[in-house]
Design a protein around this ligand. Structure first.
Ligand code: NAP
Ligand code: ZN
Ligand code: ZN
Length: 347
């Protein structure tokens, strides 16, 4: 076993604190990774505070992991010591259901194995995430980081990047498509950069106009404040695709009214409480309401390569791990530009 240092939430009501634990020695197909950086996703906070229910404690969060390979098992084919690699939201899946065979492991029929807050396929070993200095992962669930991207600013691509890339691709964001991104946080700012790089006309719908300069710099064509009621009358029926990244309860009906005929709103933000949707919000324009969860391994690699080609990284604030609890409070207040990333040197 390998002894690992990290930070864990002991339970849902206590701040994260230093935590030492063990991981398996690398098996034949495993890659051992020294974690250099890990992003802080809003999902880490939802789970550490048990807002979605069923959390497993102690919890070492973190699923935006970037690091360097330190050791490989004898049967590993695709990685060697020294490679820059990433690990995202899951570290295993059943590998034989129709979804796993199509590269949609995130929708595995038997459930994917989350990078943390989950049990390994043996049904008993807890998984621990990236707020730690080492991780051991089967090579099929490890991603290759583009050589031209700095590891710290690329780490959040492993969740924030793929969570926006996948629906933008699936619903055909590109030239001639009017795409709105709701909420410009960690996920949303990646949505702006990616949709712009895909050639879509991009609009940001944010609480206020505070982030307008950043939004336009990242590639948005238009930027509106949703606190201004005129935004909803002015933009009614305007969008082919809306990707909603908001982590809190907002009135989805209001946003559905912004869709053109046959438009789709894809929900990726996962608020704690359920949100009612009226039939009239959908029937009027043959509109669709959809959801999307991260992306599979193949598509995550495709997204990383796309970001490498287009030189896309996240706008980050690098912090020592000792500031993780403070960072959580700032994320909740939407006071982050635009992703906190933990520098694991500080451990
Ligand atoms: P984040 O950085 O906190 O961004 C969320 C953004 O939502 C904020 O920056 C803010 O944008 C907006 N917002 C927050 N509270 C709001 C409110 N009360 N009313 C209106 N807008 C509000 O979070 P994130 O890491 O991007 O994650 C966003 C959500 O996606 C979380 O619920 C997370 O769990 C979920 N998630 C889902 C997936 C998936 O696969 N589906 C993957 C990762 C994360 P403005 O300041 O621009 O208004
Ligand atoms: Zn995430
Ligand atoms: Zn499966």
């Amino acid at each position: 076993m390998i002894t690992v240092k990290g930070y864990a939430a002991p339970n849902a009501n206590t701040p994260l604190a230093p935590f030492s634990f063990e991981r398996r020695d690398p098996g034949a197909h495993d890659v051992a990774i020294e974690i250099k950086y890990c992003g802080i996703c809003h999902s880490d906070i939802h789970q550490a505070r048990d807002e979605w229910g069923g959390s497993i404690f102690p919890m070492v969060p973190g699923h935006e992991i970037a690091g360097v390979v330190t050791k490989i098992g004898p049967k590993v084919k695709n990685f060697k010591v020294g490679d820059h690699v990433g690990v995202g939201c899951f570290v295993d899946s059943c590998r034989h259901c129709p979804q796993c065979e199509r590269g949609l492991e995130q929708y595995c029929q038997e459930g994917m194995t989350g990078t943390y807050n989950a049990l390994e396929r043996d049904g008993k070993t807890p998984t621990y995430g990236g707020y730690s200095n080492h991780i051991v992962v089967d090579e099929n669930y490890v991603l290759r980081m583009p050589g031209n991207l700095p590891l710290d600013a690329a780490a959040p691509l492993l969740c924030a990047g793929i969570t926006l890339y996948s629906p933008l691709r699936h619903w055909g964001a590109g030239p001639g498509k009017r795409v709105a991104i709701v909420g410009m946080g960690g996920l949303g700012h990646m949505g702006v950069k990616l949709a712009h790089a895909m050639g879509a006309e991009v609009t940001v719908l944010s609480h206020s106009l505070k982030k307008i300069d950043d939004g336009l710099r990242m590639g948005a064509d238009h930027f509106y404040a949703t606190s201004n009621p005129e935004t909803f009358s002015k933009l009614a029926g305007q969008f082919d695709l809306i990707v909603n990244t908001v982590s809190a309860e907002i009135d989805w009906n209001q946003y559905l009214s912004l869709l053109a005929v046959d438009g789709t709103m894809v929900v990726v933000g996962i608020p704690e409480k359920q949100i009612p949707v009226g039939a009239f919000s959908l029937v009027g324009g043959r509109r669709s309401l959809a959801g999307s969860l991260i992306g599979g391994i193949r598509e995550t690699q495709e997204m990383l390569d796309f970001c490498g080609q287009h030189d896309i990284t996240c706008d980050i604030e690098l912090i020592p791990i000792q500031k993780v609890n403070e960072a959580y409070e700032r994320v909740i207040k939407s006071d982050v530009r635009y992703r906190f990333v933990i520098d694991m040197k500080s451990l």
